[in-house]
Design a protein around this ligand. Structure first.
Ligand code: UD1
Ligand code: UDP
Length: 352
C-alpha cells in the first residue's frame, strides 16, 4: 500500500512521527510538507528531534490568508497526488494543511484517513472547527482518540469507517520522555526549579486576533507571582508587537518557541500549565500537571470532566484565581488516551 501523508504545522509533525515510524515498517509512505510552518523552531527542529523522514515534497506555501493558503496547498497537493497515485491520503488534526490534503484527495477519489477525527468545539468561529468538520465528512477512515469524538461523529450521521484508537500524541510523549530527561537542559538554561514555575503558551486566533482578549491575558500574566516561562508562538509575537502590548513582569520569561524535548521537560516539571493549545492540554494531562485553559470551550472535554483542566477563557481574574488555587488529584484519573500504541493501531486498521 502506498500512503501519502500531508503535514504542515507544528502539532502535525508531533502527531505524524509515531505513525510514520509504524507505517514504514509495512507500507510505502510519501511525505508531503505544505510549508504552513517554516521557521526552524516551528518545523525543522521537530524533524530532527523526532527523526521524522525528510519530506519527499516540500510545497513552501508559507503564511497567507485562509483562502489563499488553503487554495495554494490544494493546487500543489493535487499535483503531487496525480503524479504519485497513492492508495490513501493521511491527514492529521485540524489545520489548513489538513483541509487542503483531504479536499485534494477526495476530489480525486483517493480515500482519506483522518487522525484525530471527531473532535468538536461546537464553535464555528474557530478555523479549526471548519477544517475538522469538512475533513471528517470526506474521510474514509476516521481515527478517533476518545469516545466523545465517536459520539460527535454519530450525531453528524458518520458511523462507517470510525475507529476508536488511542491518541498518537501519547505515543510521541512516551517515546520521547526519557530522551527529554536525558538531553534537555532547558530548566538549567532558564534557571527554573522543578515544580515551582508556570509554563505558558498562547497562539489561538480567538485570543491573538481579539485585542481585548490578548490584553486580558497579558494583564493577568503581568500579575503572576511565581516564575513563569512563555515560549511565544510567532503569531502571538507579531500581535503583541502590533498592539504594543508589553509583558513587564520580571518573573515571566518570554522565549522563542522551544523544541519538543525541551517542551516535554518544561511540561513535566511545571507547577501548572496555562495554555490555549489543544496539544498542550493533553500533554498536561499526560504529565499530570494541572492545566488552566485560556478558552471558553475545549474539544478535549474529558480533561475538564475529570477535573484535570479548568477553562478560564480570557478573564483576568479567573486566570489569576486558577493560578493561585487550582489543584488536581491525579491519582484518581482514568487513562483516557490509550496506552501509547495508537500509531500501531491506526496502521493496523489502515492496512487491513
Ligand atoms: C496553525 C493552525 C492552528 C494550530 C497552529 C499550531 C490553521 C488555521 N491554524 O495556526 O490550528 O493550532 O497552527 O501552531 O491552520 N508564522 C511564522 N513562522 C512560521 C509559522 C507562522 O512567523 O513558521 C506566523 C506568520 O505571521 C503567520 C502566523 O504565524 O501569519 C500564523 O500562522 P498560520 O500557520 O497561519 O496559523 P497558526 O496561528 O500557526
Ligand atoms: N510545542 C513545542 N514547543 C513550543 C510550543 C509547543 O514543542 O514552544 C509542542 C507541544 O508540546 C505540543 C504541540 O507543540 O506537542 C502543540 O502545538 P500547538 O500548540 O502549536 O498547536 P495545537 O495543538 O493547539 O494545534
Amino acid at each position: 500500500m502506498k500512503v501519502l501523508t500531508v503535514v504542515g504545522a507544528r502539532p502535525q509533525f508531533i502527531k505524524a512521527a509515531p505513525v510514520s515510524r509504524a507505517l514504514r515498517k509495512q507500507a510505502t509512505e510519501i511525505l508531503v510538507h505544505t510549508g504552513q510552518h517554516y521557521d526552524k523552531s516551528m518545523s525543522e527542529v521537530f524533524f530532527e528531534e523526532l527523526q521524522i523522514p525528510i519530506p519527499d515534497y516540500h510545497l513552501h506555501v508559507g503564511s497567507m490568508s485562509h483562502g489563499a493558503q488553503t487554495g495554494a496547498m490544494l493546487q500543489k497537493i493535487e499535483e503531487v497526488i496525480l503524479s504519485e497515485k497513492p492508495d490513501a491520503v493521511l491527514v492529521y488534526g485540524d489545520t489548513n494543511s489538513t483541509l487542503a490534503g483531504s479536499l485534494a484527495a477526495s476530489k480525486l477519489h483517493i480515500p482519506v484517513a483522518h487522525v484525530e477525527a471527531g473532535l468538536r468545539s461546537f464553535n464555528r468561529q474557530m478555523p479549526e472547527e471548519i477544517n475538522r468538520v469538512l475533513t471528517d465528512h470526506v474521510s474514509e477512515w476516521l481515527f478517533c482518540p476518545t469516545e466523545a469524538a465517536i459520539s460527535n461523529l454519530r450525531q453528524e450521521g458518520i458511523t462507517k469507517g470510525v475507529y476508536r484508537t488511542g491518541d498518537v500524541m501519547l505515543d510521541t510523549v512516551i517515546f520521547n520522555r526519557q530522551l527529554a530527561a536525558e538531553k534537555s537542559q532547558v530548566l538549567e538554561q532558564y534557571n527554573l526549579e522543578t515544580g515551582s514555575y508556570l509554563l505558558i503558551t498562547v497562539h489561538r486566533a480567538e485570543n491573538t486576533d481579539q485585542p481585548e482578549r490578548l490584553q486580558e491575558i497579558i494583564a493577568a500574566l503581568n500579575q503572576v507571582q511565581i516564575p513563569a516561562i512563555f515560549p511565544v508562538h510567532p503569531r502571538t509575537r507579531s500581535k503583541l508587537d502590533a498592539l504594543d502590548l508589553r509583558l513587564t513582569n520580571p518573573l515571566v520569561q518570554l522565549v522563542e518557541p522551544v523544541g519538543f524535548l525541551d517542551m516535554l521537560q518544561l511540561e513535566v516539571h511545571a507547577k501548572k500549565i496555562v495554555t490555549d493549545s489543544g496539544g498542550v492540554q493533553k500533554e498536561a494531562f499526560f504529565a499530570e500537571v494541572p492545566c488552566i485553559t485560556l478558552r471558553d470551550e475545549t474539544e478535549w472535554v474529558e480533561t475538564v470532566q475529570s477535573g484535570a483542566n479548568r477553562l478560564v477563557g480570557a478573564d483576568q481574574s479567573k486566570i489569576l484565581a486558577a493560578i493561585e488555587s487550582f489543584t488536581v488529584d491525579f491519582n484518581s484519573l482514568p487513562p483516557i488516551y490509550g496506552n501509547g500504541q495508537a500509531a500501531e493501531e491506526i496502521v493496523g486498521y489502515l492496512l487491513d
